[in-house]
Design a binder for this molecule. Structure first.
Ligand code: DAH
Length: 366
């Protein structure tokens, strides 16, 4: 700042001093109103409060030097007040004009950056829907371990050691367990059925339970197979439970899931844990039963396995829970693959999409 631009005091009465200081403050206010960034702010601070070249310092030196001794006190007080005003302008609060400058920097009228909304994964959503249908029929929900013993995964479900039914459910086994009896050896569960046994061991009949969960099999991955997939298991045990109860329950569940016009039919099948056993088919939801590529022109789609609980299964449970006496009680059970149901519901052609974590796929369900 050159000397020429420093205004000189010509009179020292209070009115003259007030007038001179008001002019300086006006220039402080005008400049602080221009502050729009951190850089502007620093420039403003240096210009006014800089230790060596700051305008406040130059002004006070010039004015005080020229002033008569009796005016120095009044001038000093006014400089102190001015310094505070400059600091305030710098801090923030002060001039309304400055607030206008800040609005330029943070424009509150601009649309904000929206955080992405999370959504339930289509698989989990389907799982919850299926579980919800059974909850509304009075079923409770159970869970069990994914690392399971040979006993719960196979033996207690009437898959004896070396029985060929085990071949359809090959899985990963925990290494180094040759020293243990077979029934204690650990493996990744191949179905949610072991939780049937675990639940019955804990609770006497009557029992109505659904068990959602992740299962593992040694299956080569392709568009319709994944070595990890999901099932919902069901079990109902009480006095006088019949195959009609099974049919009515599953028919209702399929209508809830796919719409009331869906028909079901039960085909004889085999599962070690049930006798008799059946595969449940629903009328094709894509063509309404006329026959199309999706149902291989049969009009029907196979969806789940079920049957009446085999007395041999109750036999295993009775070791711990004697109330499961097949002479007094009976039950039905079922198990369905959730991945396939989710793929049908949402028109997903490749199962691997359910496990890819690809946001472009997932955000379509948000
Ligand atoms: N656990 C069987 C599987 O994964 C499915 C199944 C069939 C479950 C019949 C059941 C049942 O509870 O009764 O292939």
């Amino acid at each position: 700042m050159s000397n020429e631009s420093i205004p000189q005091l010509t009179a020292y009465d209070a009115a003259a001093l007030d007038h001179a200081f008001a002019a300086v403050l006006q220039s402080v206010t005008a400049q602080s109103a221009q502050i729009g960034s951190a850089e502007d702010r620093e420039r403003f601070r240096l210009e006014w409060l800089g230790r060596k070249q700051g305008r406040l310092k130059t002004l006070s030196e010039t004015w005080l030097k020229a002033a008569p001794p009796e005016a120095k006190k009044a001038i000093g007080q006014r400089f102190n007040a001015l310094k505070e005003q400059i600091e305030q302008a710098l801090e923030s609060g002060v001039p309304a004009a400055k607030a206008a400058g800040a609005v330029d920097a943070i424009d509150i009228t601009l649309p904000g950056t929206l955080p992405g909304t999370g959504a339930e994964h289509p698989l989990i959503r389907t799982l919850h829907e299926v579980v919800g249908i059974f909850e509304r029929m009075g079923y409770s929900v159970g869970v069990g371990p994914e690392v399971e013993t040979d006993y719960y995964n196979f033996e207690s479900l009437n898959f004896p050691p070396n029985h060929p039914a085990r071949d359809t459910q090959d899985t990963l086994v925990v290494a180094g367990q040759q020293g243990k009896p077979l029934r204690e050896r650990l493996l990744m569960r191949t179905h949610t059925s072991p939780v049937q046994i675990r639940t019955m061991e804990q609770q006497p009949p009557p029992l109505r339970i659904v068990i959602p969960g992740k299962v593992h099999r040694n299956d080569a991955a392709d568009a319709t197979h994944s070595p990890i997939f999901h099932q919902v298991e069901g079990l109902c045990v009480d006095t006088n439970i019949t195959f009609s109860d099974l049919k009515g329950t599953l028919d209702h569940a399929m209508k809830e899931l796919f719409g009331s016009s869906v028909k079901t039919r039960f085909f004889p099948s085999f599962f070690p844990l049930t006798e008799p056993s059946a595969d449940v088919q629903i009328s094709c939801i894509f063509c309404g039963g006329k026959g199309c590529r999706k149902c291989k022109h049969s009009g029907w789609i196979e969806l789940l396995g079920c049957g009446m609980v085999d007395p041999a299964v109750f036999g295993f449970v009775r070791e711990k829970q004697p109330a499961y006496d097949p002479k007094k009680i009976s039950g039905f059970a079922f198990g369905m693959g959730i991945d396939r149901i989710a793929m049908m519901r949402y028109g997903i052609g490749d199962i691997s999409l359910l496990y890819s974590g690809d946001v472009r796929f997932l955000e379509q369900f948000a």
